[in-house]
Design a protein around this ligand. Structure first.
Ligand code: SAH
Ligand code: SF4
Length: 351
Protein backbone atom coordinates (compact mmCIF):
# COMPACT_ATOMS: atom_id res chain seq x y z
CA UNK A 1 0.00 0.00 0.00
CA UNK A 2 1.46 3.36 -0.94
CA UNK A 3 1.58 6.00 1.74
CA UNK A 4 -0.64 9.09 1.78
CA UNK A 5 1.17 12.43 1.65
CA UNK A 6 0.25 13.96 5.00
CA UNK A 7 -0.02 17.48 3.50
CA UNK A 8 -2.73 16.16 1.14
CA UNK A 9 -5.05 15.70 4.14
CA UNK A 10 -7.47 18.30 5.44
CA UNK A 11 -7.93 18.39 9.22
CA UNK A 12 -11.22 16.50 8.74
CA UNK A 13 -9.53 13.79 6.67
CA UNK A 14 -6.66 13.53 9.13
CA UNK A 15 -9.17 13.16 11.97
CA UNK A 16 -10.90 10.33 10.10
CA UNK A 17 -7.56 8.61 9.60
CA UNK A 18 -6.60 8.92 13.27
CA UNK A 19 -10.01 7.66 14.42
CA UNK A 20 -9.72 4.69 12.03
CA UNK A 21 -6.56 3.73 13.93
CA UNK A 22 -8.61 3.60 17.15
CA UNK A 23 -7.06 6.82 18.47
CA UNK A 24 -9.01 9.72 19.99
CA UNK A 25 -9.92 12.50 17.56
CA UNK A 26 -7.98 15.19 19.45
CA UNK A 27 -4.74 13.52 18.34
CA UNK A 28 -5.45 14.76 14.83
CA UNK A 29 -5.30 18.34 16.00
CA UNK A 30 -2.00 17.65 17.73
CA UNK A 31 -0.59 16.26 14.50
CA UNK A 32 -2.00 19.25 12.61
CA UNK A 33 -0.29 21.70 14.94
CA UNK A 34 2.96 19.76 14.77
CA UNK A 35 2.87 19.99 10.98
CA UNK A 36 1.72 23.56 10.53
CA UNK A 37 2.92 25.36 13.66
CA UNK A 38 6.15 23.54 14.47
CA UNK A 39 6.89 22.43 10.89
CA UNK A 40 7.75 18.87 11.95
CA UNK A 41 8.78 16.78 8.98
CA UNK A 42 9.06 13.30 10.46
CA UNK A 43 6.92 11.28 12.92
CA UNK A 44 9.81 11.07 15.42
CA UNK A 45 9.57 14.81 16.03
CA UNK A 46 6.06 14.48 17.49
CA UNK A 47 7.35 13.85 21.01
CA UNK A 48 3.95 14.80 22.47
CA UNK A 49 2.35 11.73 20.84
CA UNK A 50 2.39 8.11 22.06
CA UNK A 51 4.96 5.89 20.37
CA UNK A 52 2.28 3.55 19.01
CA UNK A 53 0.64 6.45 17.18
CA UNK A 54 3.95 7.66 15.80
CA UNK A 55 4.53 4.15 14.45
CA UNK A 56 1.16 4.16 12.71
CA UNK A 57 2.00 7.55 11.26
CA UNK A 58 5.27 6.29 9.80
CA UNK A 59 3.62 3.19 8.36
CA UNK A 60 0.80 5.01 6.56
CA UNK A 61 1.80 8.61 6.03
CA UNK A 62 4.47 10.24 3.87
CA UNK A 63 6.05 13.32 5.44
CA UNK A 64 8.42 14.25 2.62
CA UNK A 65 6.76 14.65 -0.74
CA UNK A 66 9.35 17.10 -2.00
CA UNK A 67 12.99 16.22 -2.09
CA UNK A 68 15.24 19.24 -2.63
CA UNK A 69 17.67 18.35 -5.39
CA UNK A 70 19.24 21.66 -6.27
CA UNK A 71 19.67 25.05 -4.63
CA UNK A 72 20.53 28.13 -6.67
CA UNK A 73 21.28 31.52 -5.10
CA UNK A 74 21.16 34.60 -7.29
CA UNK A 75 24.06 37.05 -7.39
CA UNK A 76 21.56 39.67 -6.15
CA UNK A 77 21.94 37.91 -2.77
CA UNK A 78 18.18 38.04 -2.24
CA UNK A 79 16.75 35.32 -4.44
CA UNK A 80 16.91 31.57 -3.99
CA UNK A 81 15.47 28.96 -6.31
CA UNK A 82 15.00 25.35 -5.22
CA UNK A 83 14.45 22.41 -7.48
CA UNK A 84 12.41 19.61 -5.90
CA UNK A 85 11.90 16.01 -6.93
CA UNK A 86 8.40 14.62 -6.49
CA UNK A 87 7.50 11.00 -5.63
CA UNK A 88 7.28 10.09 -9.33
CA UNK A 89 10.65 11.68 -10.15
CA UNK A 90 9.04 14.70 -11.80
CA UNK A 91 10.56 18.02 -10.83
CA UNK A 92 9.24 21.44 -9.91
CA UNK A 93 10.70 24.73 -8.77
CA UNK A 94 9.83 27.28 -6.09
CA UNK A 95 11.52 30.63 -5.47
CA UNK A 96 12.14 32.74 -2.36
CA UNK A 97 12.56 36.49 -2.88
CA UNK A 98 13.72 38.66 -0.01
CA UNK A 99 12.73 42.28 -0.19
CA UNK A 100 13.23 44.80 2.56
CA UNK A 101 10.91 43.30 5.14
CA UNK A 102 9.08 40.91 2.86
CA UNK A 103 9.83 37.26 2.27
CA UNK A 104 7.85 36.33 -0.81
CA UNK A 105 7.54 32.82 -2.18
CA UNK A 106 6.67 32.01 -5.76
CA UNK A 107 5.22 28.50 -5.89
CA UNK A 108 4.20 26.02 -8.60
CA UNK A 109 0.87 24.29 -9.16
CA UNK A 110 1.68 21.96 -12.07
CA UNK A 111 4.60 20.11 -13.62
CA UNK A 112 4.84 22.16 -16.82
CA UNK A 113 1.85 24.02 -18.19
CA UNK A 114 -0.77 23.30 -20.84
CA UNK A 115 -1.42 26.92 -21.82
CA UNK A 116 1.52 27.22 -24.20
CA UNK A 117 2.31 30.94 -23.87
CA UNK A 118 5.14 31.44 -26.36
CA UNK A 119 7.31 33.69 -24.16
CA UNK A 120 7.23 31.46 -21.06
CA UNK A 121 9.74 28.70 -20.28
CA UNK A 122 7.11 26.64 -18.45
CA UNK A 123 4.77 26.93 -21.42
CA UNK A 124 7.59 25.90 -23.72
CA UNK A 125 8.05 22.61 -21.83
CA UNK A 126 4.40 21.53 -22.17
CA UNK A 127 2.16 19.90 -19.58
CA UNK A 128 3.04 16.81 -17.54
CA UNK A 129 0.65 16.74 -14.58
CA UNK A 130 -1.18 18.65 -11.87
CA UNK A 131 0.34 18.93 -8.41
CA UNK A 132 -1.71 17.59 -5.52
CA UNK A 133 -2.78 20.06 -2.84
CA UNK A 134 -0.15 18.54 -0.54
CA UNK A 135 2.64 19.07 -3.07
CA UNK A 136 1.64 22.73 -3.26
CA UNK A 137 1.46 23.05 0.55
CA UNK A 138 4.85 21.33 0.96
CA UNK A 139 6.62 24.05 -1.08
CA UNK A 140 5.49 26.68 1.43
CA UNK A 141 6.38 24.53 4.44
CA UNK A 142 9.87 23.93 3.02
CA UNK A 143 10.62 27.66 2.99
CA UNK A 144 8.73 28.28 6.24
CA UNK A 145 11.16 25.84 7.92
CA UNK A 146 14.16 27.47 6.30
CA UNK A 147 13.09 30.96 7.36
CA UNK A 148 12.05 29.85 10.86
CA UNK A 149 15.60 28.60 11.38
CA UNK A 150 16.80 32.17 10.88
CA UNK A 151 14.07 33.66 13.06
CA UNK A 152 12.06 34.86 10.10
CA UNK A 153 8.90 33.84 8.27
CA UNK A 154 7.11 33.83 4.94
CA UNK A 155 5.17 37.08 4.48
CA UNK A 156 3.66 36.65 1.00
CA UNK A 157 2.96 33.80 -1.39
CA UNK A 158 2.45 34.33 -5.10
CA UNK A 159 1.03 31.43 -7.07
CA UNK A 160 3.06 32.37 -10.14
CA UNK A 161 5.52 29.52 -10.51
CA UNK A 162 5.18 26.65 -12.93
CA UNK A 163 1.67 25.98 -14.16
CA UNK A 164 -1.75 27.58 -14.53
CA UNK A 165 -3.37 27.53 -11.07
CA UNK A 166 -6.90 27.82 -12.47
CA UNK A 167 -6.32 24.74 -14.63
CA UNK A 168 -5.69 22.90 -11.33
CA UNK A 169 -8.37 24.85 -9.50
CA UNK A 170 -9.50 22.49 -6.75
CA UNK A 171 -6.05 21.39 -5.60
CA UNK A 172 -4.80 24.97 -5.62
CA UNK A 173 -7.73 26.26 -3.56
CA UNK A 174 -7.48 23.35 -1.14
CA UNK A 175 -3.78 24.07 -0.65
CA UNK A 176 -4.41 27.77 0.03
CA UNK A 177 -7.30 26.98 2.37
CA UNK A 178 -5.14 24.49 4.28
CA UNK A 179 -2.35 27.05 4.74
CA UNK A 180 -4.94 29.64 5.75
CA UNK A 181 -6.43 27.44 8.51
CA UNK A 182 -6.45 29.34 11.80
CA UNK A 183 -5.58 26.24 13.83
CA UNK A 184 -2.63 25.47 11.62
CA UNK A 185 -0.29 27.68 9.61
CA UNK A 186 -2.79 30.57 9.77
CA UNK A 187 -1.36 32.35 6.74
CA UNK A 188 -3.51 35.40 5.97
CA UNK A 189 -5.65 35.00 2.85
CA UNK A 190 -4.77 38.51 1.68
CA UNK A 191 -1.09 37.57 1.62
CA UNK A 192 -1.73 35.15 -1.23
CA UNK A 193 -1.86 36.23 -4.89
CA UNK A 194 -3.06 33.82 -7.55
CA UNK A 195 -2.18 34.56 -11.14
CA UNK A 196 -4.12 33.23 -14.12
CA UNK A 197 -3.63 33.46 -17.85
CA UNK A 198 -7.35 34.14 -18.16
CA UNK A 199 -9.55 31.06 -17.77
CA UNK A 200 -12.83 32.94 -17.69
CA UNK A 201 -15.12 30.30 -16.09
CA UNK A 202 -12.58 29.81 -13.28
CA UNK A 203 -12.36 33.57 -12.70
CA UNK A 204 -16.16 33.62 -12.39
CA UNK A 205 -16.13 30.66 -10.01
CA UNK A 206 -13.38 32.29 -7.94
CA UNK A 207 -15.41 35.52 -7.71
CA UNK A 208 -18.50 33.64 -6.54
CA UNK A 209 -16.63 31.73 -3.84
CA UNK A 210 -15.56 34.97 -2.17
CA UNK A 211 -12.15 33.86 -0.97
CA UNK A 212 -9.91 36.74 0.11
CA UNK A 213 -6.87 35.78 -2.00
CA UNK A 214 -5.65 38.46 -4.41
CA UNK A 215 -6.17 37.88 -8.11
CA UNK A 216 -3.77 38.72 -10.91
CA UNK A 217 -4.52 38.26 -14.60
CA UNK A 218 -1.79 37.94 -17.24
CA UNK A 219 -2.89 40.21 -20.05
CA UNK A 220 0.23 41.13 -22.09
CA UNK A 221 -1.74 42.44 -25.07
CA UNK A 222 -4.70 44.76 -25.64
CA UNK A 223 -5.88 43.34 -28.96
CA UNK A 224 -7.06 39.81 -29.75
CA UNK A 225 -4.70 39.31 -32.70
CA UNK A 226 -1.59 40.05 -30.71
CA UNK A 227 -2.75 38.24 -27.58
CA UNK A 228 -3.67 35.16 -29.57
CA UNK A 229 -0.20 35.03 -31.10
CA UNK A 230 1.38 35.09 -27.63
CA UNK A 231 -1.19 33.22 -25.56
CA UNK A 232 -3.21 30.42 -27.19
CA UNK A 233 -5.77 30.67 -24.34
CA UNK A 234 -7.01 33.83 -26.04
CA UNK A 235 -8.49 31.70 -28.84
CA UNK A 236 -10.94 30.33 -26.30
CA UNK A 237 -11.54 33.42 -24.19
CA UNK A 238 -11.30 36.73 -26.04
CA UNK A 239 -10.04 39.89 -24.37
CA UNK A 240 -13.50 41.49 -24.16
CA UNK A 241 -14.90 38.42 -22.38
CA UNK A 242 -11.88 38.27 -20.07
CA UNK A 243 -12.03 41.94 -19.11
CA UNK A 244 -15.79 41.64 -18.53
CA UNK A 245 -15.15 38.71 -16.13
CA UNK A 246 -12.58 40.91 -14.36
CA UNK A 247 -15.08 43.78 -14.09
CA UNK A 248 -17.66 41.38 -12.64
CA UNK A 249 -15.06 40.02 -10.20
CA UNK A 250 -14.32 43.53 -8.93
CA UNK A 251 -18.03 44.36 -8.68
CA UNK A 252 -18.74 41.15 -6.80
CA UNK A 253 -15.79 41.21 -4.38
CA UNK A 254 -14.91 44.91 -4.12
CA UNK A 255 -11.30 43.82 -4.55
CA UNK A 256 -8.70 45.39 -6.81
CA UNK A 257 -7.34 43.23 -9.59
CA UNK A 258 -3.77 43.20 -10.90
CA UNK A 259 -2.96 42.91 -14.59
CA UNK A 260 0.42 41.53 -15.55
CA UNK A 261 2.25 42.72 -18.61
CA UNK A 262 5.61 41.44 -19.84
CA UNK A 263 7.09 44.35 -21.81
CA UNK A 264 8.51 43.04 -25.08
CA UNK A 265 10.54 45.35 -27.27
CA UNK A 266 8.61 46.48 -30.33
CA UNK A 267 5.77 44.04 -29.69
CA UNK A 268 3.52 45.34 -26.89
CA UNK A 269 5.39 48.34 -25.46
CA UNK A 270 4.46 51.33 -27.64
CA UNK A 271 2.56 54.38 -26.36
CA UNK A 272 -0.24 53.40 -28.79
CA UNK A 273 -0.57 49.98 -27.16
CA UNK A 274 -0.52 51.61 -23.71
CA UNK A 275 -3.31 53.91 -24.87
CA UNK A 276 -5.36 50.99 -26.10
CA UNK A 277 -4.80 49.19 -22.79
CA UNK A 278 -5.93 52.29 -20.89
CA UNK A 279 -9.16 52.27 -22.92
CA UNK A 280 -9.73 48.61 -22.15
CA UNK A 281 -9.27 49.05 -18.40
CA UNK A 282 -11.08 52.38 -18.06
CA UNK A 283 -13.01 52.66 -14.80
CA UNK A 284 -11.84 49.27 -13.53
CA UNK A 285 -10.39 49.03 -10.00
CA UNK A 286 -7.01 47.69 -11.02
CA UNK A 287 -3.27 48.02 -11.13
CA UNK A 288 -0.89 47.14 -13.95
CA UNK A 289 2.30 45.29 -13.07
CA UNK A 290 4.64 45.62 -16.02
CA UNK A 291 7.91 43.74 -16.14
CA UNK A 292 10.50 43.81 -18.91
CA UNK A 293 10.48 40.36 -20.54
CA UNK A 294 12.76 37.79 -18.97
CA UNK A 295 14.77 35.82 -21.49
CA UNK A 296 13.82 32.20 -22.23
CA UNK A 297 15.50 29.83 -24.66
CA UNK A 298 12.44 29.22 -26.82
CA UNK A 299 11.44 32.83 -27.53
CA UNK A 300 13.23 35.47 -29.53
CA UNK A 301 11.60 38.63 -28.12
CA UNK A 302 13.72 41.15 -26.22
CA UNK A 303 12.96 43.11 -23.04
CA UNK A 304 11.82 46.72 -23.33
CA UNK A 305 14.45 49.22 -22.22
CA UNK A 306 13.87 51.31 -19.06
CA UNK A 307 13.07 54.57 -20.91
CA UNK A 308 10.45 52.93 -23.06
CA UNK A 309 9.02 51.14 -20.00
CA UNK A 310 8.68 54.50 -18.22
CA UNK A 311 6.92 55.98 -21.25
CA UNK A 312 4.46 53.06 -21.25
CA UNK A 313 3.77 53.62 -17.56
CA UNK A 314 3.30 57.36 -18.08
CA UNK A 315 0.54 56.82 -20.67
CA UNK A 316 -1.35 54.54 -18.30
CA UNK A 317 -0.96 56.86 -15.35
CA UNK A 318 -2.14 59.83 -17.35
CA UNK A 319 -5.29 57.85 -18.01
CA UNK A 320 -5.66 57.23 -14.26
CA UNK A 321 -4.45 53.63 -14.27
CA UNK A 322 -1.77 52.90 -11.67
CA UNK A 323 1.22 51.07 -13.08
CA UNK A 324 4.43 49.72 -11.55
CA UNK A 325 7.48 48.69 -13.49
CA UNK A 326 8.68 45.70 -11.54
CA UNK A 327 12.27 44.84 -10.80
CA UNK A 328 13.65 41.82 -12.54
CA UNK A 329 14.80 39.31 -9.97
CA UNK A 330 16.98 36.22 -10.11
CA UNK A 331 17.54 36.35 -13.85
CA UNK A 332 20.99 34.77 -13.54
CA UNK A 333 19.52 31.64 -11.94
CA UNK A 334 16.49 31.64 -14.26
CA UNK A 335 14.20 32.33 -11.33
CA UNK A 336 12.45 35.30 -12.93
CA UNK A 337 8.80 35.30 -14.03
CA UNK A 338 8.27 32.83 -16.82
CA UNK A 339 11.74 31.31 -16.50
CA UNK A 340 10.78 28.35 -14.37
CA UNK A 341 11.39 25.07 -16.11
CA UNK A 342 13.42 22.25 -14.69
CA UNK A 343 15.36 21.65 -17.88
CA UNK A 344 16.50 25.26 -17.98
CA UNK A 345 17.69 25.22 -14.38
CA UNK A 346 19.79 22.13 -14.97
CA UNK A 347 21.50 23.99 -17.79
CA UNK A 348 22.55 26.62 -15.27
CA UNK A 349 24.33 24.01 -13.21
CA UNK A 350 26.16 22.58 -16.21
CA UNK A 351 27.45 25.99 -17.30
N1 SAH B 1 0.18 30.60 -15.25
C1 SAH B 1 -0.07 31.77 -14.51
C2 SAH B 1 0.92 31.98 -13.40
C3 SAH B 1 2.37 31.66 -13.68
S1 SAH B 1 3.27 32.72 -14.76
C4 SAH B 1 -0.12 32.97 -15.41
O1 SAH B 1 0.27 32.86 -16.55
O2 SAH B 1 -0.61 34.00 -14.96
C5 SAH B 1 3.61 34.17 -13.77
C6 SAH B 1 3.68 35.45 -14.59
O3 SAH B 1 4.89 35.53 -15.36
C7 SAH B 1 2.55 35.60 -15.58
O4 SAH B 1 2.06 36.91 -15.57
C8 SAH B 1 3.24 35.32 -16.88
O5 SAH B 1 2.55 35.83 -17.97
C9 SAH B 1 4.58 35.97 -16.66
N2 SAH B 1 5.61 35.55 -17.58
C10 SAH B 1 5.70 34.39 -18.27
N3 SAH B 1 6.82 34.36 -19.01
C11 SAH B 1 7.46 35.54 -18.79
C12 SAH B 1 8.69 36.09 -19.26
N4 SAH B 1 9.47 35.42 -20.08
N5 SAH B 1 9.05 37.32 -18.82
C13 SAH B 1 8.26 37.99 -17.94
N6 SAH B 1 7.10 37.52 -17.45
C14 SAH B 1 6.69 36.30 -17.88
FE1 SF4 C 1 1.46 28.67 -18.27
FE2 SF4 C 1 1.47 31.07 -17.12
FE3 SF4 C 1 3.57 30.23 -18.54
FE4 SF4 C 1 1.31 30.86 -19.79
S1 SF4 C 1 2.61 32.26 -18.63
S2 SF4 C 1 2.55 29.03 -20.18
S3 SF4 C 1 -0.19 30.15 -18.32
S4 SF4 C 1 2.83 29.34 -16.66
Amino acid sequence: MSKILVYDLSLAALTEQVVSWGEPAFRAKQIWQGLYRHFYESPEQFSNLPKTLREKMSESLEFGGLEPTLKLDSSDGQTRKMLFRLHDDRQIEAVLMRYDKRRTLCISTQVGCAMGCTFCATGQMGFTRHLSSGEIVAQVLFYARLLAAEGSNVTNVVVMGMGEPFHNYDNTMEAMDRLNDAEGYNFGARRFTISTSGLVPAIRQFASEKRQFNLAVSLHAASNDLRESMMPVNKRYKIEELVQACRDYVAETGRRITFEWALIDGINDSPEVADRLAGLLKGLLCHVNAIPLNPTSGYKGRPTNPQRAQAFKAVLEQAGIPCTIRMRRGIDIQAGCGQLATVASLDVVKN
